[in-house]
Ligand binder design. Structure first.
Ligand code: BGC
Length: 734
């Protein structure tokens, strides 16, 4: 009998479900959560407040709390259900770019490995972000995962951050809109999604001992605004807090950020979960944390007794009020009911070919052409001698590393352990190559060409190939990932010297960069074209070949500013980067809300490539910019494709000043697809918070009235049309 009940727990989530995953009509999720919670014993309540990590089932976990062996689909998190009350087991898996199980399940057959979130950011395409999310949601659900640890929306504040590839952009609006659509896609499939890592988890260096200092009002206008808008647009079931401290308080127990801002000012109704190994104290429960994730990690990381045991003690001693215990439980249940994870029907069938198409389309739209001195697109009908050099282009395309790395169906083309990284993510510092080899794909699309490959092992050998070729395509790659920041902006393994040698041997050199961040490109003036492909996912090789040959007209735009050097950035030196893992470190984000392009505009610095920049094989012109003021700014304008090919543009509307004060804010954008000669009228209406300052004393947003300057641009530093309008002064929102 006991065994039958245990199995029931496991199959539970798959047992009951309408096919849409939509919550059934009836009492509201809040009401249902209240009713269920009321019927629980305290032991049942406590059982929902933790998750176990599938990867390390035994470390420090008492036998009765281990994951039952029948649970086949272990991944990041497991919380037993309460079958007598119809509460399903909670099973979570990473991450934003597909369903992962890195190292957790030897039997794992892989999943669709989507391009990095920074590539989704470059697409500036919310619809595509949603399609990707829906595909990830279906794959999660088909494996019995009812929580997807997706929605990474930290802002790119530092080009050395190892995890920038997991995040969309440096801009709060772009990050919020794309992150929200990914969450909507996932939750539309009946799977809870997180938004993470709340908030200002913008560097990996010593992340568990890192104190990130920021002015609270500036925080509201930047990283917190991204979360606020994304939460409003997608109602994620859970918010995962980050590892570091903000202004002296760890994020999982940051009373101001969790209780006052998230749940207080914003009225968030879901639950706050910790990151794995981020809860050293039980009283985080009083400060706003609702669920501790991967309890073994805390035992290991902090040598702490299990959270629930400490919570139970605090409860018995009257330190944890009953009302708060109930609130924690109700929040978890509310999200379960609101998303419908208790309503699942049969597992959806997953169309892997369709998901590959979505991954391919994201890669296509995410690739950004940075430089093109007329060499692209490559002619497909000429018998050119082409040298392809470096980047393991004969094998595949790289991916970022850490908990977000997705094993593609059929496995990686190759894995190379780099070693030397810090902490528990050290072992995960691998070069993973996805089996979509650019070399193979180029050969398919350039049947007339004679293509020769050189691995880039010795620069002189590569230069020999470059010299005997009509043109060269050189690949530059870098492994970036969770648990470490990059020390600088260079390419590793001598690739900058390699590209330099190749470009010296043949001026017709095209460089394709597969990185998760901007790199310095010391060889930039010597090459004819530069293509930023990011980590383009399992169909990435094909997308790169299609862009190079013009089968696809590039439309990606930079979601992060490319500085000319670290000296241009707010922190030329990154605190803690030289120290051993575990060194207490303080990072001051003194740029405040002036992140990325806002910083460059404020400082009057011209970066190498600006936010929003990207080339096309056609041209676009803008006219008729009309701007309306009042409560917010609404801009209307016309975009025309004046070239000879169909293509997509991403016009961007910026606030550039209030009165005589410079203030740069992206107010809106739209990806517009146009046939040659075609025009389209676009209207963009600004979220008023982007026009406001956060008034810390009032706890509200304040628009100073008067004259506001607006510009329509192709990039943050390429403003084509300008206008001015007047706003009414007002105090609003929270
Ligand atoms: C990461 C999270 C991830 C979690 C579970 C942590 O190391 O920071 O993003 O969801 O692990 O794997």
């Amino acid at each position: 009998m006991r065994r039958r009940r245990a199995i029931w727990k496991v199959i539970w989530p798959l047992a009951l479900i309408p096919s849409t995953g939509a919550p059934a009509q009836g009492p509201s999720p809040d009401e249902r959560a209240r009713q269920t919670e009321q019927q629980m014993t305290d032991d049942e309540r406590f059982s929902l407040l933790i998750s176990l990590m599938g990867a390390v089932p035994s470390i420090g976990v008492p036998r009765d709390k281990r994951i039952p062996p029948e649970v086949g689909n272990m991944s990041a998190g497991y919380t037993p259900g309460i079958p007598r009350l119809g509460v399903p087991a909670l099973q979570s898996s990473d991450a934003s770019m597909g369903v992962t199980n890195p190292g957790y399940r030897p039997d794992d057959k892989g999943a669709t490995a989507f391009p990095a979130s920074i590539a989704v950011g470059s697409s500036f395409n919310p619809k595509l972000a949603r399609e990707g999310g829906a595909a990830i949601g279906r794959e999660a659900r088909s494996r019995g995962f009812n929580i997807q640890l997706a929605g990474g929306i930290n802002l790119h504040r530092d080009v050395r951050n190892g995890r920038n590839f997991e995040y969309y952009s440096e801009d709060p609006l772009v990050s919020a809109v794309l992150g929200a659509e990914a969450v909507n896609g996932i939750q539309g499939e009946g799977v809870i999604s997180t938004l993470k890592h709340y908030t200002l988890n913008c560097n990996e260096t010593n992340r568990h001992w890192l104190d990130a200092i920021i002015d609270p009002a500036a925080h509201r206008e930047s990283d917190l605004l991204a979360f606020q808008i994304a939460i409003e647009r997608s109602q994620p079931g859970a918010i995962m807090s980050g590892y570091n401290k903000v202004n002296g308080e760890y994020l999982s127990g940051n009373r101001y950020l969790l209780n006052e801002v998230l749940k207080g000012a914003w009225g968030y109704k879901g639950y706050g979960m910790s990151d794995w190994g981020a809860v050293p104290e039980w009283d985080y429960a009083l400060k706003g944390l609702d669920q501790e994730s991967g309890i073994q990690m805390d035992v290991k990381q902090w040598g702490a007794e299990a959270f629930t045991d400490r919570l139970k003690k605090a409860y018995a001693e009257g330190k944890l009020p009953k009302e708060r215990l109930s609130d924690m439980v109700r929040r978890i249940l509310r999200s379960a009911y609101a998303v419908g994870i208790d309503q699942w029907g049969p597992a959806p069938t997953v169309d892997l070919a369709k998901h590959n198409e979505i991954a391919l389309e994201i890669a296509r739209q995410g690739i950004v052409v940075l430089k093109n001195d007329g060499v692209l697109p490559l002619p497909t009908d000429k018998p050119l001698k082409i040298g392809v050099i470096g980047g393991y282009a004969q094998l595949g395309v790289p991916s970022g590393t850490g908990s977000g790395a997705v094993l593609p169906v059929g496995g990686f083309a190759a894995t190379l352990n780099i070693g030397g990284a810090h902490g528990f993510m050290g072992a995960a510092r691998n070069l993973y190559l996805m089996p979509s080899a650019p070399l193979t794909e180029l050969k398919k699309l350039l049947p007339q060409a004679q293509i020769e490959f050189d691995g880039g092992y010795m620069p002189l050998e590569s230069a020999f190939l470059a010299r005997r070729s009509d043109l060269v395509i050189a690949f530059g790659i870098r492994v970036e990932g969770e648990g470490f920041d990059l020390p600088d902006m260079s390419l590793p393994w001598g690739q900058d010297a390699l590209i330099d040698a190749v470009a010296a041997a043949n001026p017709n050199t095209i460089v394709v960069l597969e990185t998760g961040n901007p790199v310095s490109m010391p060889w930039r003036s010597k090459v004819k074209a530069i293509v930023q492909a990011w980590y383009p996912g399992q169909a990435g090789g094909q997308a790169i070949a299609e862009v190079l040959t013009g089968k696809v007209n590039p439309s990606g735009r930079l979601p992060i500013t490319f500085p000319a050097s670290l000296a241009q950035t707010p922190r030329p030196k990154l605190p803690g980067i030289e120290t051993p893992w575990g060194t207490p470190t303080t990072v001051r984000y003194d740029e405040g809300a002036e992140v990325g392009y806002r910083w460059y505009a404020q400082q009057g610095i011209k970066p190498l490539y600006a936010f929003g920049y990207g080339l096309s094989y056609t041209r676009f012109s803008y006219k008729n910019l009309k701007v309306k003021g009042g409560e917010t700014i609404t801009a209307t304008f016309t975009v025309t494709n004046t070239g000879k090919r169909a293509g997509a543009d991403v016009p961007q509307v910026y606030l550039t000043g209030i009165g005589e004060t410079k203030r740069m804010r992206l107010l809106g954008f739209e990806r517009v697809e146009l046939e040659p000669g075609e025009s389209k009228e676009v209207t963009v209406s600004a979220d008023p918070r982007l026009l406001a300052h956060f008034d810390g004393n009032a706890g509200q947003w304040r628009i100073t009235g008067g004259s506001h300057k607006v510009a329509l641009g192709k990039a943050a530093d390429a403003l084509m049309l300008t206008a001015q309008t007047t706003l009414q002064p007002r105090l609003f929102g929270r």
